[in-house]
Design a protein around this ligand. Structure first.
Ligand code: HEM
Ligand code: HEM
Length: 239
């Protein structure tokens, strides 16, 4: 039922203060009542203390009565929740979506980052396990894990700026610079290793100087994702 009621912003509500023939509306919690018919409100002020056109949720605690006094009066609308100053840049429609599905607010980036982190940590581990055991399927798995990383890293790179805009209003910081630069290094590294392995599938199988370079490159991936994750977590959990 409440969804069909008119929504009042605080500015709109303020115009219903009983002046110039306007009705007297007051808000309690998120409900707006028309109290124009009350003798005790018709001047627009109540007990010379409380003004019509305002939200009085906090003030009722000091009244000699409770909220039962509203029963006689029609609810004419609902009060729009006040915008947090941190949310100024977010359109109302998106804030309404977040109220319904709160996890969309904070989680898109933290949720998606764990995939590239896990894959990029696993890639060199599988390569080393292959070198230790000689089991070729481990090296093949490593390649598949790398491809998976190539697919999921861009997802983290897109949700990152989204969360940055959403929760930090896109405010520039050293951490953000590190994250953008680090992400670009990460995809470049993944792409180089991927193309190398694609063009020379035997690269890790035969002893050579190039194989050592390939292995060293693969070992940089866990370092880069750790740096990205470390600085990311510094933003999410500053203390
Ligand atoms: C310290 C502050 C307040 C005092 C001294 C006060 C006093 C009163 C008194 C004596 C009445 C009539 C008796 C009754 O119905 O119990 C009344 C009614 C009422 N009060 Fe208050 N009140 C105060 C604050 C508030 C606030 C903050 C609100 C709104 C959130 C409010 C809303 C009403 C309403 C809607 C009525 C019913 C009016 C009617 O039946 O015509 N009052 N108040
Ligand atoms: C593959 C690349 C990336 C990885 C692996 C990564 C990793 C992470 C991790 C682990 C967190 C902490 C999340 C948590 O523990 O809750 C985080 C947070 C964050 N990252 Fe990234 N990140 C990446 C790219 C980016 C990019 C490109 C940006 C934006 C320019 C970015 C901006 C942020 C922001 C703003 C947070 C804080 C999220 C919040 O508190 O709402 N990240 N990142």
């Amino acid at each position: 039922m409440q969804d069909e009621l008119k929504e009042f912003s605080r500015e709109e509500l303020a115009t219903f203060n009983g002046e110039n023939g306007q009705p007297v509306y007051i808000a309690h919690d998120d409900k707006v009542y028309d109290v124009s018919e009350s003798k005790l409100w018709k001047t627009g002020s109540h007990m010379q203390r409380h003004q019509g056109g305002t939200s009085l949720t906090e003030d009722i605690g000091g009244a000699p009565h409770g909220i039962e006094v509203f029963e006689k009066f029609p609810q004419v609308g609902i009060l729009k929740p006040e915008k947090d100053p941190m949310d100024e840049h977010i359109p109302d429609l998106l804030l309404a979506v977040f109220r319904k599905i709160p996890m969309l607010r904070r989680h898109p980036h933290p949720m998606t980052v764990h995939f590239p982190i896990a894959f990029m940590m696993l890639f060199p581990v599988l390569n080393i396990l292959y070198l230790v055991t000689g089991n070729k399927s481990l090296e093949t798995s490593a390649f598949h894990v790398l491809v998976a990383g190539l697919v999921v890293a861009p997802v983290a790179m897109l949700t990152g700026p989204y969360n940055w805009w959403l929760n930090y209003a896109g405010k520039w910081s050293k951490i953000i610079a590190i994250k953008i630069f680090g992400s670009l290094i990460l995809v470049t590294l993944i792409l180089v290793i991927f193309l190398w392995r694609l063009l020379s599938p035997e690269i890790l199988l035969q002893p050579s100087g190039a194989r050592i370079v390939y292995l060293l490159l693969s070992l940089t991936l866990p370092v880069v994702v750790s740096v990205l994750g470390w600085f990311g977590a510094k933003m999410t959990f500053p203390h």
